[in-house]
Design a protein around this ligand. Structure first.
Ligand SMILES: [Mn+2]
Length: 442
């Protein structure tokens, strides 16, 4: 099989990345991700369903608020449409070499937006037609696509929540175009990330009206998607802040309440991002668990934040404790269904070698592979789950069971409480944390 497409190989001198095991000295090899290895009844590839994020891997050039680009891409071209075509070929070369079975993109990542909506659609359709060909050649699949309704100045006051209906109309055109491409490419999911769906100050904002507009917009998108044969999940990606001071889809609990309030619960689930959960003051596994508990775990943006600052750094995951705890939730959930682990992660601004694009994905894939192996070990051993089950055992029979089943009123509960004997029962947190260390390093 050839590992490049179109007229040339963009990532020269880099072969297909292989598993070489934990003792390997080769920076361009997997140490823990062995795609065909069976863990918890499936191959690692099937359990983890990795996706490459087009925007970080092929668009992010190192620019930050303090300085310009540091990263140059081998597909750069003076003509934006030629560059988009070269970029697509380079992207599929990369997916094939690194071995991510899925990819994800925004409309704005893949094709120039042109001077008007017709040009936007024409460019986008041309590139996504090209994606379809490349998908057929490689077997690589689209995990999800989405519409960028936050970068252009048009959306500075919001997208579907914009107080000006003219902007909402443009959003309609973009999302319809993106849903058409989604169905053409056979995607598993369609994502909404509400970058500008929030407010900077309530002083100029009718919050409920804006939320209802988003709900109306989502119902229209759902109805259109279903009418053209989209059978996957629509996903909302919670985030508490950035770029708005307050984002309407603050965290998993908030997004799920919104989904239910707007009558979208049969079609929408959440796409949980690690760094967004931690920005909201939660742990990654907290937001995953909230979704799992409510049947709302759609997909995952697999990245990691920085504990020392309060913004969204989108780093490649490296923390095995965090991925172990995430994979515990995912395995107990029976997997991710139509979802996967999308690396919404970028190499650091000073990781400027083209090799670093590969190494950063190797790091992320190895870190989740370790998380999967450790979570499987923990679940197979069973001590942790048995401890938690036992902690609630007073509700398994007798009056506790009656209470749980709603067969008791407050008068009966109070009567029991009059003579109830309580004692201090240790939560054993440090014992369980030490147990996790034994699984990881024992
Ligand atoms: Mn992020």
């Amino acid at each position: 099989m050839d590992y490049f497409f179109g007229e040339k190989e963009y990532f020269k001198n880099i072969k297909k990345i292989k598993y070489e095991g934990p003792k390997s000295d080769n920076p361009l090899a997997f140490k823990f991700y062995d795609k065909d290895k069976i863990v918890a009844g499936k191959t690692m590839e099937e359990q983890l369903k990795f996706a490459c994020a087009y925007w970080h891997s092929f668009c992010a050039n190192g620019t930050d608020p303090f300085g310009g680009a540091t990263i140059t891409f081998p597909f750069a071209d003076k003509d934006p449409m030629t560059e988009a075509e070269k970029k697509a070929d380079a992207a599929f070369e990369f997916f094939t070499k690194i071995g991510t079975p899925y990819y994800c993109f925004h409309d704005a990542d893949v094709a120039p937006s042109g001077n008007n909506m017709d040009e936007y659609a024409k460019n986008y359709i041309k590139i996504t037609d090209m994606f379809l060909e490349r998908q057929k050649e490689t077997g690589i699949k689209l995990l999800w696509n989405t519409s960028n309704m936050f970068s252009e100045d048009t959306y500075m006051n919001g997208a579907a929540s914009n107080p000006d209906f003219n902007v909402v109309q443009k959003c309609g055109f973009k999302v319809k175009t993106c849903l058409d491409a989604n169905v053409k490419l056979g995607a598993s999911n369609y994502v909404f990330w509400g970058g500008r769906e929030g407010y900077m100050n309530l002083i100029n904002t009718d919050m409920q009206r804006e939320k209802d507009h988003i709900g109306q917009f989502f119902r229209m998108a759902r109805d259109y998607g279903r009418s053209i044969g989209f059978k996957g999940n629509f996903l909302i990606e919670p985030k508490p802040m950035e770029p708005s001071k307050h984002q309407y889809d603050y965290d998993a609990e908030t997004a799920i309440a919104f989904i239910k309030e707007q009558g979208l619960e049969n079609d929408f689930k959440c796409n949980i991002e690690a760094n967004h959960a931690t920005l909201a003051g939660h742990t990654f596994d907290h937001d995953l668990q909230v979704c799992a508990d409510k049947g709302m775990l759609g997909s995952v943006d697999a990245n990691q934040g920085d504990n020392q600052n309060g913004w969204d750094t989108d780093e490649f995951p490296y923390d095995v404790y965090e991925t172990t705890r995430a994979m515990l939730v995912i395995l107990r959930n029976g997997g991710l269904g139509l979802g996967g682990l999308n690396f919404d992660a970028k190499r650091r601004r000073n990781s400027t070698d083209m090799q670093d694009l590969f190494i950063s994905h190797i790091l992320g894939m190895d870190t989740f592979a370790l998380g999967l192996i450790m979570a499987d070990k923990i679940l197979k051993d069973g001590k942790l789950d048995a401890f938690v089950a036992n902690r609630y055992s007073s509700f398994d029979s007798g009056n506790g069971k009656k209470f749980e089943q709603g067969k008791m009123d407050l008068v009966e509960l109070a009567k029991l409480g009059q003579t109830a004997q309580t004692k201090l029962i240790s939560g054993k947190q440090e014992y369980l944390e030490s147990l996790v260390n034994q699984y990881l390093f024992g």
